[in-house]
Design a protein around this ligand. Structure first.
Ligand code: GAP
Length: 435
């Protein structure tokens, strides 16, 4: 993990929030390469889960919602972790994560466990009184449930269908940690898929497989991925069943995404608390029912960390040690780097003209500093799939050398074929490119 965090900072993937002030615990800023990688992940999710499907639509609900939402959802009463304080050093811990009855930092005596609500509170409007308390949403899901009827009325969707959303969530975690893995501000990619009661088990199975395969599609190593069914003692208050997609991080197997069968809990609760009927009427069968909900709920930071960990490799290239991020080309922040072999003889002008041609289509960069080997190395380290070099022959026959990151194979290619070739090679997974 130290190698990943150091690479992230050095190359501008992730910085500590407010670093010049000493940093803010468990909040992180995505730098130029980090935001590019994050956008590629969220866009891949949106494309595969929403745009490419007939039975899914998108939504972008507000982060701040009516406080009653969180009463109905059960978060005000039950979204808590058991908290203990050390009476000596004042450090705080989650009681359910302790193995000893005393403080793990100083051996001091611990207080009794008390329930600590993980929702951040803030105030809406200029008066800070209890009437103006609102919560920073701890999941995007509730924004979908409260809009269920709006979406239904505004569309011609019929059950089964789903609503997907990507957005920020906030949890005042007692013990955040492991870099991007557990943070207090994070992004989620959530789907609420509405089905007829009785068909829920079938759809739950479908979404477990679909979401597991999505991680494989973007290159996570199969042997480091598993689907783990929850025991009945682990289930959230709303869940009839749940399975996690887990990845084997350097700190152990940990959850990337939960796929839950939320039953009809949420729509029933919101019907009751709001007084609005959230049932569904099937015109063909003349049946009315409260739909069941299957919820594949992923973070963004955790998959991003898994993609980085999985892609990280060290090997020897052209006689030198190199760090290489073997990212799937569709996720790579920069798709191609253009290099002039020399900083004279017309090479930079030609390389810049190629950069300008390609930048309309792909995220590309230009680099003329240092030896060609060092320039390849710089791009390997950030996962750029292709290096394009302009040399003497380019000026004679308008061809360039294209070097592939993983195999380091080089092929000669006419400049006027570059856009089509790169498009074809960048639209498929890593294995296909190398082959
Ligand atoms: N709506 C259901 C829900 O929020 P969850 O298992 O609490 O379920 C879903 O969260 C996903 O959100 C997790 O699998 C994880 O990827 C991400 N997530 C949850 N808490 C997080 C945190 N503190 N930091 C980073 N990601 C988090």
């Amino acid at each position: 993990m130290d190698k990943i965090t150091s690479l992230c900072k050095r190359r501008g993937f992730v910085f500590q929030s407010s670093e010049i002030y000493g940093g803010l615990g468990s909040c992180w800023d995505y730098g130029p390469l980090g935001i590019a990688l994050k956008k590629n992940i969220t866009e891949a999710w949106w494309r595969d889960m929403i745009t490419a499907r007939e039975d899914m639509v998108g939504l972008d609900a507000a982060i701040l919602m009516h406080p009653r939402v969180w009463e109905a959802s059960g978060h005000v009463a039950g979204f808590t972790d058991p908290l203990v304080d050390c009476k000596k050093c004042k450090h705080r811990f989650r009681a359910d994560q302790l193995t000893e009855p005393t403080c793990p930092d100083c051996g001091g005596e611990l207080t009794e466990a008390r329930n600590f609500n993980l929702m951040f509170k803030t105030f809406m409007g200029p008066v800070e009184d209890t009437a103006s308390v609102v919560y920073m949403r701890p999941e995007t899901a509730q924004g979908i449930f409260v809009n269920f009827q709006n979406v239904l009325n505004a569309s011609r969707l019929k059950i089964p269908f789903g609503i997907g959303q990507i957005g920020k969530s906030f949890r005042n975690e007692i013990t955040p940690g492991n870099f991007l893995f557990r943070t207090r501000e994070f992004e989620q990619m959530e789907i609420e898929f509405f089905v007829k009661p009785g068909e829920d088990e079938k759809w739950h199975q479908y979404w477990k497989e679909t979401r597991f395969n999505w991680y494989l599609k973007y290159g996570l190593t199969a042997s480091r991925l598993r689907l783990r069914e929850h025991g009945s003692d682990e289930l959230a208050h709303y869940a009839k069943g749940c399975a996690d997609v887990e990845y084997e991080f350097p700190f152990g197997w940990s959850e990337l995404e939960g796929i839950a069968n939320r039953s009809d809990f949420d729509l029933k609760q919101h019907s009751e608390f709001s007084g609005k009927d959230l049932s569904y009427f099937n015109e063909e069968t003349r049946e009315r029912f409260i739909p069941y909900v299957i919820e594949p709920s992923a973070g963004v930071g955790r998959p991003l960390l898994a993609f980085l960990v999985d892609a990280y490799d060290e090997d020897t290239a052209e006689g030198e040690e190199r760090v290489v991020l073997r990212l799937d080309p569709r996720l790579a922040p920069i798709k191609a780097a253009i290099f002039p072999l020399l900083r004279k003889a017309g090479h930079p002008e030609k390389a810049l003209a190629i950069r300008d041609m390609l930048k309309e289509h792909f995220a590309v960069t230009y680099d003329q500093a240092g030896s060609i080997g060092r320039r390849y190395r710089r791009q390997d380290e950030i996962g750029t799939p292709f290096g394009i070099t302009v040399d003497h022959d380019t000026l004679k026959d308008d061809t360039v050398t294209v070097r592939e990151r993983d195999s380091m194979q080089q092929i000669r290619m006419p400049v006027d074929r570059l856009i089509d070739e790169l498009r074809a090679r960048l639209s498929v997974g890593r294995a296909a490119v190398v082959a």
